[in-house]
Design a protein around this ligand. Structure first.
Ligand SMILES: NC(=O)C1=CN([C@@H]2O[C@H](COP(=O)(O)OP(=O)(O)OC[C@H]3O[C@@H](n4cnc5c(N)ncnc54)[C@H](OP(=O)(O)O)[C@@H]3O)[C@@H](O)[C@H]2O)[C@@H](O)CC1
Ligand SMILES: Nc1ncnc2c1ncn2[C@@H]1O[C@H](COP(=O)(O)OP(=O)(O)OP(=O)(O)O)[C@@H](O)[C@H]1O
Length: 502
């Protein structure tokens, strides 16, 4: 049977002969499943390749044992795409649970990898497959919900001019990290911001410019290695002045993607944050920006326009520093609420399998969509998107430091329906209402709504990308999917039609 299937998979073209080139072509076609459109045959062929019969009948027999071992090892060492894992974590959660001695340190991760590679790896195939299926299918958008969303989405208004839909600035990018600020800045453009600036070090600037001509790149930041001790004060003042002269134009800052941890550079960035705060500009703080504010909480404490977007490591550091305890996953919402409250009502988006969001008054969670692939940079997309979403749900007057009150503390689990009614619908309609009138008072904290919308959209884009790219999903691929993701939720054509009908 297996042999029959493999023979079928070889193109029937008689022109093909057994030269090395043709053999490689046949192998490639076979491996990619391109010669047999029938799904069952393709699946069967893929299975038989993994069980070691990927070669022709003659070749299989003598090599079968070797093939089977190679494929077995491949399966053993390939980590499952487990939604409970986070970026950079090579260990398997199930195995960690069974092994209390192992923690998430680099050494432990390497140990886990080794144990797995040597065959000690636990894998419940059926459960894993089921989980994958449910993740991939996500919470599909219902037609009615889409209709609701479309009818309330703000149109791309032809009367607006460049800059109206948002000007953002990313403070980040150093010798080591050039990708992160790029991801963040380009994502903001992809979702609808009109201008995206990056303030980075001199080393990083030409590289970031090289990634995209769309970005406005300012090579103003300095790291210790390029500054003499006696020049530090004057250079610091110059750096802050360079950013300051642009500051008023920005609707939001993202501080941290690819910033690094150089003390002199972080010192300058502290001053930039102080200036932004003084000008009541919303600040999204991510990555190394979180490292900075965790050690200097005063920078954001009590500032309602600060949004912290910690990943698992950053959150742990924040909890330890602010609450003086360890992360409590049994009462994650309660702990997040206390944390946001303790930092004086900043909004915190705790990224993870479910994203939890709190401003110290309320906790909300977004668990729809998502991808099991944790490639570096997804958080940068989120921070970039966050900016524009926060901008969209805020009229210009609101950007000047108005406080938003929420009387009740409760936990909302956002499924698609409530997401649409309670957040996207509300924030988009608020945006529409407010940008045109800017008179009403907002009933909810727009930074929270911006977080919810940003989280949902980036998770949807990741999920769409994963459908195509599977394990090879990269952050750049997700960025490519941002437009489609947004379009599936708020199709432009539909929105335009309603504009023309008015
Ligand atoms: N393509 C790109 O350009 C991308 C660039 N990226 C950029 O990478 C930067 C770090 O972000 P990340 O997410 O890897 O750091 P995170 O999870 O907090 O820590 C993981 C572990 O690393 C360690 N550690 C980190 N930095 C350290 C330092 N300077 N020196 C020493 N230790 C350091 C850290 O140690 P700990 O702080 O816990 O002591 C923890 O154990 C950030 O700027 C981000 O934007 C990403 O956005 C991905 C795409
Ligand atoms: N287990 C998971 N399942 C589904 N989505 C997740 C999971 N973990 C994180 N995400 C989503 O991925 C995005 C990025 O989160 P992540 O924790 O990877 O950030 P990060 O580590 O800061 O990223 P970066 O690599 O940019 O530093 C968020 O939108 C979050 O919702």
């Amino acid at each position: 049977m297996r042999i029959h299937c493999m023979q079928q998979s070889i193109p029937s073209s008689c022109m093909l002969n057994s030269s090395a080139i043709i053999r490689r072509q046949q192998f490639l076609i076979r491996a990619l499943g391109g010669c047999c459109s029938h799904q069952t045959h393709h699946q069967f062929r893929m299975q038989s390749m993994f069980s070691g019969s990927g070669l022709g009948a003659d070749a299989v027999q003598p090599k079968k044992g070797i093939e089977a071992d190679a494929c077995g090892i491949l399966r053993l060492i390939t980590p499952p795409l487990d939604p409970t894992r986070y970026k950079g974590q090579a260990g398997d959660k199930a195995m960690q649970d069974n092994s209390c001695m192992l923690n998430s340190s680099a050494i432990a991760r390497r140990q886990q990898f080794l144990i797995r590679a040597l065959g000690g790896y636990y894998h419940n195939q059926t459960h894993h497959q089921l989980r994958m299926q449910s993740m991939i299918s996500g919470s599909g958008l219902e037609d009615d919900d889409l209709g609701n969303l479309r009818s309330i989405t703000r149109p791309l208004d032809p009367t607006r001019y460049m800059g109206h839909t948002g000007k953002i600035a990313v403070i980040g990018g150093c010798r080591e990290y050039t990708g992160a600020p790029y991801f963040s800045a380009i994502s903001a453009l992809r979702i609808g911001a009109d201008l995206s600036h990056v303030f980075c070090t001199k080393d990083a600037a030409p590289i970031i410019k090289g990634y995209s001509p769309e970005l406005i790149v300012h090579p103003v930041l300095e790291e210790s290695y390029s500054v003499r001790e006696e020049d530090k004060k004057s250079i610091s003042e110059r750096v802050v002045a360079e950013v300051e002269k642009w500051m008023e134009r920005f609707d939001c800052l993202v501080v941290g993607p690819g910033l690094g941890r150089d003390p002199f550079l972080l010192d300058c960035v502290s001053n930039i944050i102080k200036h932004a705060r003084h000008s009541s500009i919303p600040i999204v703080i991510d990555a190394d920006g979180l490292f900075l504010v965790t050690n200097s909480l005063d920078l954001v404490s009590g500032y309602p326009l600060a949004i912290l977007t910690p990943n698992i490591n950053e959150y742990k550091r924040l909890v330890q520093s602010v609450l003086n305890c360890e992360v409590n996953d049994h009462d994650a919402p309660g702990q997040l609420l206390s944390l946001a409250k303790r930092i004086g009502g900043v909004t915190i988006l705790r990224k993870g399998k479910s994203d939890l969001i709190s401003d110290g008054n309320k906790v909300m969670s977004v668990s729809m969509y998502g991808s099991p692939r944790r490639c570096g940079g997804q958080g940068d997309i989120l921070s970039g998107r966050q900016v524009i979403l926060n901008f969209l749900c805020k009229p210009s007057t609101e950007r000047k430091g108005v406080l938003f009150n929420e009387s009740q503390c409760s936990l909302f689990s956002i499924n698609l329906e409530s997401f649409i009614r309670d957040s996207v619908a509300v924030f988009v309609s608020w945006a529409h209402q407010y940008i045109s009138s800017a008179k009403e008072e907002l009933g909810r904290n727009p930074t929270v709504l911006g977080c919810i919308a940003g989280s949902a959209l980036v998770r949807k884009a990741a999920s769409l990308t994963f459908e195509n790219k599977r394990r090879s999903t990269l952050t750049g691929d997700i960025i490519e999917c941002l437009g489609r993701s947004l379009e599936e939720i708020c199709p432009v054509s539909c929105v335009h039609r309603s504009l023309l009908d008015q």
